[in-house]
Ligand binder design. Structure first.
Ligand SMILES: CC(C)(COP(=O)(O)OP(=O)(O)OC[C@H]1O[C@@H](n2cnc3c(N)ncnc32)[C@H](O)[C@@H]1OP(=O)(O)O)[C@@H](O)C(=O)NCCC(=O)NCCS
Length: 153
């Protein structure tokens, strides 16, 4: 993602209820400070953004903070490709695993993650607000197989 993508990414985030609703200043800061600690990827066409994904890097591990595909473009494989790209970028940055939380009711996202090799590792009671809901914690070990899209089964 580059700075010119930002208005389109923020507009997409506003249209999707499950997207993060960070203030403009937070988005801007994240884009300007991507580098060793964070990676933002977009699925983009010419002057169009179909989806985005935000990953934060820690020591040895990465956290998938968000992945969103434009509702008009869902179920065409873009989410899978974006997630794969995020896993590859995380692995290349030195992460050995990638973690995430997802709303317990968000079955599409849980299916996407499971298909990519994520396994549930726990549940956080009342983690989300508006509406209040538990989070399912998921994790995927990063290795040559999983980042190539061939999760161990
Ligand atoms: C979750 C999301 C990113 C998936 O993106 P997508 O581009 O539609 O997903 P893909 O077309 O790449 O599908 C990949 C897999 O995800 C799962 N999946 C996607 N949409 C699904 C749905 N509506 N129901 C069940 N499974 C679904 C399936 O396992 C699918 O594989 P399949 O096509 O072989 O069945 C998209 O639905 C989205 O943006 N949702 C709103 C935001 C969100 O909830 N993000 C996650 C939390 S931040």
């Amino acid at each position: 993602m580059e700075l010119p993508d930002l208005p389109l990414v923020m507009a997409l985030a506003q249209r999707v209820p499950a997207a993060p609703h960070w203030p403009d200043s937070v988005w801007r800061q994240m884009v300007e400070k991507t580098g060793p600690s964070r990676c933002i990827l977009v699925a983009a066409g010419e002057q169009q953004v179909f989806g985005f994904c935000v990953v934060a890097y820690g020591v040895d591990e990465a956290e998938l903070e968000s992945i969103v595909i434009d509702p008009a473009m869902q179920r065409r494989g873009l989410g899978r490709r974006l997630l794969q790209a995020a896993m590859q970028a995380s692995w290349q940055s030195g992460a050995k695993r990638i973690l995430l939380e997802v709303r317990a009711s968000n079955q599409p996202a849980q299916h996407l993650y499971a298909q990519a090799g994520f396994l549930p590792t726990g549940r956080r009671s009342g983690y989300y607000t508006d509406p209040k809901e538990d989070a399912i914690c998921m994790e995927c070990r990063l290795d040559a197989e999983t980042v190539a899209g061939n999760p161990a089964r």
